[in-house]
Write a protein that binds this ligand. Structure first.
Ligand SMILES: *Cc1c(COP(=O)(O)O)cnc(C)c1O
Length: 429
């Protein structure tokens, strides 16, 4: 678990030099409309890339582009070394023990599909998979597909009225048939950070495998695979300053070794005959075909960049931004704010104005926020809305940008006369 809520105020002491940092992101100077500079608050969807990451991609293609692992020439060696180095970086960044525990996929979604398929092979009719009501679709659909393939049951751990996971419900739901628990570390809608250590203990006592969707946590807070005590951890490069097209699956080696391959083809084999094949060792067993070499290498540069800032500093800084934004949003007392213990994500709605309309108007002022179901339709159902508006921050955002966002929101609410109607349509809870 991250720092407790009361420590959020420490952000004043942060060591991040945002002014300097922002120079690394040219896009942040982009004029969106006449005179309106971009305010990018859609970081939970994807983050911007610092110049060093873009340079790293160009450098690869300009200087040592080659296919990896099977070549003996100089370029192939350089590319292979650079690619495999990133495996070490990821290992250290998330506290895995061995290089072999790090597998590159295309994204979080593919990592979960890999797990649902390969782990799923050992499940039997009547077995159960536990997920939660706050999951992203990418941690729901792969389990539905497995359910249809293997006649298993998928159950949802409910959330409380404070938008936290209901741990006592989890204890009631778990049973001998629960083979897998797959749960988000941090909700992409509510910002809620789940207590993975606590869940890991419950899973362990029950002999269940625990998968953590860390797409929103790894980019924003210290995450330690061994310390959390889970079996698998998945996340995406593009949400932490890296390129799109790279996902990570970290898993315990003894489990990975027992799992059947997900995709078949080159790279993932040791030997192929007219009769069959012998799979390669972990991790290559799960990396079929030519991988996304350039983007993996640039992802390594993104990790270096984040480490140069310090993940703890990033976390504290975002806590400060979140507190600031929430305090400013209070003036709109007609808004329903889905405020949880989490940081970095602020989600809100009002029944009188559709979130898409809010997002469209603030966009006129250069402010990029997201409106919709955020790939979490079951959660929307639980919250009793069809959509919400969401602002999500990263270390390059500033309080000045939040002020611009609040000004833009004022314009939107004035336009739709939301404030004037609030007495007629009070928002509950
Ligand atoms: C973004 C996100 C995903 C999916 O990530 P992709 O990179 O689109 O595969 C899964 N879970 C959470 C919590 C997310 O925020």
């Amino acid at each position: 678990m991250c720092l407790p809520k009361r420590n959020r105020h420490e952000s004043g002491k942060t060591m991040l030099d945002t002014k300097k940092i922002r120079k690394d992101f040219k896009i942040l100077n982009r004029k969106i409309w006449a005179g309106k500079t971009l305010v990018y608050f859609d970081n939970a969807a994807t983050t911007q890339k610092p110049q060093v990451v873009i340079d790293s991609l160009v450098n690869y293609y300009e200087n040592y582009n080659a296919n990896i692992h099977r070549g003996v020439h100089k370029l192939a060696e350089e590319a292979t070394e650079a690619y495999e180095k990133v495996r070490e970086k990821v290992r250290d960044f998330v506290g895995a023990t061995k290089n072999d525990e790090v597998i590159f996929t295309r994204n979080t979604t593919e990592s979960i599909n890999l797990l649902a398929y390969s782990l799923g092979e050992s499940l039997e009719e009547g077995d159960e998979v536990l997920i939660s009501e706050m999951e992203h679709h990418s941690n729901i659909i792969p389990w539905y597909l497995l359910r249809d393939r293997k006649k298993i049951t998928v159950k949802f751990i409910p959330i409380t009225k404070n938008y936290e996971l209901d741990y006592s419900a989890l204890e009631k739901l778990i049973n001998k048939k629960t083979k897998i628990i797959s749960i988000t570390h941090k909700s992409n809608v509510l910002g809620t950070v789940n207590d993975i250590k606590r869940i890991a203990q419950i899973a362990k006592n029950n002999g269940s495998i625990l998968i953590i969707d860390a797409a929103q946590s790894v980019p924003h807070m210290k995450v330690d695979f061994q310390d959390l005590g889970c079996d698998f951890l998945v996340f995406s490069s593009h949400k932490m300053c890296g390129p799109t097209g790279v996902g990570v699956l970290v898993g315990k080696k003894e489990l990975l070794e027992k799992m059947p391959p997900f995709l078949g083809g080159g790279e993932m084999i040791r030997k192929v005959t007219f009769e069959g094949f012998t799979p390669n060792d972990v991790p290559w067993k799960f990396e079929a075909g030519t991988p996304n070499i350039a983007d993996v290498i640039a992802f390594g540069t993104a990790i270096d960049y984040i480490e140069s800032l310090g993940i703890e500093n990033i976390y504290k800084y975002e806590c400060g931004l979140t507190e600031y934004c929430l305090s400013k949003l209070k003036q709109f007392d007609f808004l329903k704010i889905y405020n949880s213990s989490g940081t970095g994500i602020v989600t809100f709605s009002n029944p009188l104005v559709h979130p898409h309309d809010i997002a469209t108007i603030v966009d006129q002022y250069g402010v990029a926020i997201r409106a919709g179901h955020h790939c979490a339709q079951p959660l929307m159902k639980r919250l009793n809305v069809s959509a919400t508006a969401r602002a999500s921050f990263y270390f390059y955002n500033t309080k000045e940008e939040i002020d611009l966002f609040i000004e833009a929101l004022k314009k939107a609410f004035d336009y739709f006369k939301v404030g004037a109607c609030k007495k007629l349509n009070p928002v509950g809870g």
